[in-house]
Design a protein around this ligand. Structure first.
Ligand SMILES: [Zn+2]
Length: 381
């Protein structure tokens, strides 16, 4: 399985290489302890040893290194127990490093955010796109990123960028119709400009990583459908992002759902994107009465459900998240999608399917862009 989430796009290092030599243990142990503190909150060194399976000596050495780097700090003392003096608690320093996250999924505006190590947005920036395409669009994004980086008051961990289109595991945008990119080496350009690790991924793939990281109860498999200028899906299987053979897994927008349907920008008729995209929904719902609104939402939800039924049938997925403009999508859309999936799949599979709205609202893509950096640089999921 291709694992975009663990490939270092900056220099081609791979975190998925099999058995680690002893010299590789330290970075892995750092990641393990950071992840443990990130997931479980402040802990004593003894708790960390218990949760991570590392020896007390290793925990002591690695935490000393993380404290020296400013990534974790002593944050208080554990309540006194009969065992003796209270142990010191260690916690992640959320503002030790900041990440710049970019969301290129809007046709008119580049949205950006500064995100801390706890995954919280601490500042927002946006810039009009001015219809630029090709190299000019890439240059404008690099310029904008450099400006944001200059405004930071904390060390920069990296830059994450989420864009519609197909992106390979080196951050090259193989194709992105909305900005007319072909083989655009965006991650390399950003890295050259700001001199930190930069990661680029498809917007639905980024969003599903953020959603997966925000789950309260861990699950293995998750599908996120992003309704934006087009329609795309991000798929996590077995806890890892699944990107497919040509990095195009989840490109469901141009699956034909209606042979007699409207003309799509790809040249064919009746693609899912020609029924469900955000601009189309906005146009159809603009100024219509309640009855027509319900009819349009149910029609769109049903057609999305037709495509999702095949995915659910093939992969036996039960958790589906919808991400998109909440002023356009509502429960009638969601209900139509879920009923269609259930009606078109084997009952044993379909009855377990749940479709819900994203818990991250409109920030899912930005937080996903930040998650690319946090996962790759610190192992924080
Ligand atoms: Zn199409």
């Amino acid at each position: 399985m291709a694992r975009l989430g663990t490939a270092d796009q900056t220099n081609g290092r791979s975190a998925t290489s099999s058995k680690a030599a002893p010299a590789d243990a330290r970075p892995r142990n750092r990641t393990l302890l950071l992840q443990t503190l990130h997931t479980n909150g402040p802990q004593s060194r003894a708790d960390l040893a218990r949760h991570s399976g590392l020896t007390a000596t290793t925990v002591s050495a690695v935490t000393a290194e993380l404290i020296a780097d400013g990534l974790i700090a002593e944050v208080g003392r554990k309540a006194i127990t009969s065992a003796g003096k209270p142990a010191t608690l260690l916690g992640v320093e959320p503002d030790a490093r900041h990440v710049v996250a970019l969301d290129l999924s809007d046709d008119d505006v580049i949205e950006a955010a500064v995100v801390n190590l706890a995954g919280k947005i601490v500042a927002r920036h946006s810039q009009a796109r001015d219809g630029e395409t090709g190299k000019k669009a890439a240059a404008a994004i690099v310029r904008f990123t450099r400006e944001i980086v200059r405004s930071l008051d904390r060390p920069l961990l990296g830059v994450g960028c989420a864009t519609p289109g197909i992106v390979d595991d080196h951050g090259v945008v193989l194709t992105a119709a909305h900005v007319k990119w072909t083989d655009e080496p965006l991650a390399a350009k950003l890295t050259a400009a700001v001199n930190v690790p930069c990661y680029v991924a498809n917007d639905a793939n980024a969003a599903v990583l953020a959603e997966y990281g925000a789950l309260e109860t861990p699950i293995e498999n998750l599908l996120l459908v992003r309704v934006g200028g087009g329609v795309g899906a991000g798929i996590v299987i077995g806890g890892e992002l699944f990107v497919g053979d040509q990095f195009a897994a989840g490109e469901i927008g141009h699956v034909v759902v209606d042979d007699e349907g409207a003309q799509c920008k790809c040249g064919r008729r009746g693609c899912l994107e020609a029924v469900v995209s955000a601009p189309l929904l906005a146009q159809r719902l603009n100024g219509v009465g309640e009855g027509d609104r319900a009819r349009h939402l149910e029609f769109s939800g049903r057609h999305l459900g037709i495509v999702l039924a095949s995915l659910v049938g093939a992969l036996n997925l039960s958790q589906i998240v919808l991400s998109g403009p909440m002023d356009l999508l509502d429960d009638r859309f969601r209900t139509a999608a879920i009923e269609t999936i259930r009606n078109r799949t084997f009952p044993t599979v379909g009855q377990h399917v749940d479709v819900r709205f994203s818990s991250l609202g409109d920030d899912g893509v930005l937080l996903g862009a930040a998650a690319l950096v946090l996962r790759n640089e610190l192992g924080i999921v």
